[in-house]
Design a protein around this ligand. Structure first.
Ligand code: SAM
Ligand code: DTB
Ligand code: SF4
Length: 329
């Protein structure tokens, strides 16, 4: 038996590069081994995603169907009523979900009535005994504290891509803005969910840079979503090539090896993957997926929950329960 790997925050680019470029089967074998040292390989966390405010966003993220400036077919929807959101959360729980993530197409949180309503939603979902997560754009330290006091377990704020490639994808905010919000979330004692997207036109070097930033944070994000670009008609990236699933496998396996105790979340892109392909992602160490009601993620198609449960059963996997400790301060 070799010793259990240790958590490291001092990874170098060269080390991550060497892991990322391993022959694929060797990489998957290593990732699967590390995964078994740190996690129960039979468990997959199902996180239900709900868009609580859709479209009309002032940002220019070139992948996103919710940016107001692109001509997409997305229907703009104001903030949903609290009771309606809680009804979705109850249904998600009944369906086997232990985490509920509320997403808003906002650039940032403002201290207004909508934020007060989100605070009520967080309280309500927490009372249902689910891990409650939000992704609402940029947050100040005070806003993060308010969310934490309401019972927020996790906050999703992705790096999206490397620092170097960031300005090719988004011009209305900077990479440093993203890091600043992540730091505010950390300071407030909320767990961090942060990852990115592949298929934006970035290089392997960009992907490695993004992983390096995540894996050298003072504490690894507890959850690392890896998204394949969901190509939305009307966005600048609509004609990008479909992301090869082997690229997702490589990204997931590298994330698993360098951040062994984090949840690695197979996020956008599952609609274009077969069960076999998703199985490879789980073998490479992914241990979480997003589901959404009506078979959507936020605004793009996603497999339905019954299809997902069927796939887990076929693969001998089971849905994970809520984390015991609600938040580590
Ligand atoms: N507006 C907030 C923000 O940008 O932080 C929260 C919601 S936003 C939809 C959350 C994340 O979803 C983005 O940071 C991005 O990583 C991911 N995302 C959005 N559109 C996507 C797409 N078309 N394909 C893949 N991932 C996408
Ligand atoms: C994340 O990393 N992926 C989710 C969640 N965080 C909020 C969102 C993916 C969105 C995919 C395209 C859409 O449906 O809008
Ligand atoms: Fe707005 Fe978020 Fe979409 Fe960017 S990713 S356009 S911030 S909803």
């Amino acid at each position: 038996m070799t010793d259990k790997t240790v958590l490291r925050n001092d990874w170098t680019r060269e080390e991550i590069e060497a892991i990322y470029h391993l022959p694929l089967l060797e990489l998957v074998y290593k990732a699967a081994t590390v995964h078994r040292e740190w996690n129960d390989p039979e468990e997959i966390q199902i996180s239900t995603l709900l868009s609580i405010k859709t479209g009309g966003c002032p940002e220019d993220c070139s992948y996103c169907g919710q940016a107001a400036r692109y001509h997409t077919n997305i229907k703009v929807q104001a903030l949903l009523p609290t009771e309606q959101v809680l009804e979705h959360a109850r249904k998600a729980k009944e369906g086997g979900s232990s985490r509920f993530c509320m997403a808003a197409a906002w650039r940032e949180v403002r201290n207004n009535r909508d934020f007060d309503r989100v605070i009520d939603m967080v309280k309500g979902v927490n009372e249902l005994g689910m891990e409650v997560c939000c992704t609402l754009g940029m947050l100040s330290e005070e806003q993060a504290e308010r969310l934490q006091e309401a019972g927020l377990y996790a906050y999703n704020h992705n790096l999206d891509t490397s620092e170097q490639y960031y300005e090719e994808i988004i011009s209305t905010r900077t990479f440093d803005h993203r890091i600043n919000t992540i730091n505010n979330v950390r300071k407030a004692g909320i767990t961090v969910c942060s990852g990115g997207i592949i298929g934006l036109g970035e290089t392997h070097r960009d992907r490695i840079s993004m992983l390096l930033t995540l894996a050298t944070m003072p504490k690894h994000p507890e959850s690392v979503p890896i998204n394949a670009l969901a190509r939305v008609a009307g966005t600048p990236l609509q004609d990008n090539e479909k992301t090869d699933t082997w690229e997702m496998v490589r990204m997931i396996a590298t994330a698993r090896i360098i951040m062994p105790s984090s949840m690695v979340r197979l996020s956008a892109g599952r609609m274009e993957m077969s069960g076999f392909e998703q199985g490879w992602c789980f073998m490479a160490g992914a241990n979480s997926i997003f589901t959404g009601e009506r078979e959507t993620l936020l605004v793009t198609p996603n497999p339905g929950i019954s299809e997902d449960l069927q796939l887990l059963q076929t693969l001998g996997l089971k849905p994970m329960g809520r984390a015991e400790v609600s938040c580590e301060l």
